[in-house]
Design a protein around this ligand. Structure first.
Ligand code: ADE
Length: 248
């Protein structure tokens, strides 16, 4: 999986994604991430990439041309006729685990991060294939949403999680929230780890975890228990982790 991020803040996305599990995925060659600075494609001598909105109003709008030039140079370099271009916007389709599983099947994804008050609609009409929101709130730019999406998609790319990490998802009861986890010591400030986890009885542990998952899901996300088959495809833990279990 190769990610390309068109942004005005390349160091923000690169420093955020070069660490931890995603950083290891890059080092091991399972994924690659390249941030392209839209400002490098500014055509005026001041290097500006935004201007006042036609019709008036507050804020600045990112201009079409620098984005087009950045996109076109990238498209030619990667030799793709019509690559998938995701524009991050609160107006987009709300991101979900099901969408992440779909995106994880692609070989390359381009993210376009907007800033200021928006992006000239013409460039969106020309190059964007998908508009995605990460939730009903407004951020100052598309960089954090792109990072959220890349993190979520990457852990579904084969090889990115090693077996130790995967063990966290060994619950076979999809569409349930995770059960509580404990590690040493067995007692911390008077609080004990549930006895069953120390029993060594694997079947009992599994049963306890299932019941805890069910209890927590009923308490916090009863909606997850009432999903139709189609909705389940797009839901929380759902298909992606089921698919991962089949691979293991
Ligand atoms: N840009 C600003 N807010 C956003 C959001 N919630 N999702 C995606 N992109 C955004």
């Amino acid at each position: 999986m190769n990610y390309y991020i068109l942004t005005l803040f390349p160091e923000m996305v690169m420093s955020g994604l070069n660490t931890s599990i995603i950083g290891r995925g890059i080092k091991n060659g399972h994924i690659s991430i390249e941030a392209i600075n839209i400002r490098d494609y500014a055509t005026n001598k001041h290097g500006t990439v935004d201007d006042y909105p036609y019709g008036g109003g507050a804020g600045m709008v990112m201009q079409a041309e620098p984005i087009y030039l950045a996109y076109e140079a990238l498209r030619q370099r990667i030799g793709s006729k019509k690559p998938r271009v995701i524009y991050l916007t609160p107006q987009g389709k709300t991101f979900s685990q099901g969408m992440a599983a779909e995106y994880a099947k692609e070989e390359e994804l381009i993210f376009l991060c907007g800033h200021y008050e928006g992006v000239d609609q013409r460039i969106l009409d020309m190059i964007v294939t998908d508009e995605v929101s990460i939730g009903d709130y407004v951020l100052t730019g598309g960089e954090l949403p792109a990072m959220v999406m890349i993190d979520t998609i990457s852990r579904l790319v084969s090889g990115v999680l090693n077996n130790d990490d995967s063990a966290v998802f060994e619950s076979f009861h999809s569409n349930l929230l995770e059960y509580p986890q404990y590690t040493r010591p067995a007692e911390f400030m008077g609080r004990k780890v549930p006895d069953v986890l120390l029993s060594g009885d694997h079947a009992k542990v599994e049963q306890w975890r299932y019941e805890e998952s069910l209890r927590i899901t009923k308490e916090r996300r009863p909606d997850l228990l009432e999903l139709s088959a189609g909705e389940r495809e797009n839901a929380w833990i759902g298909t992606a982790d089921k698919q991962r279990q089949q691979e293991m």
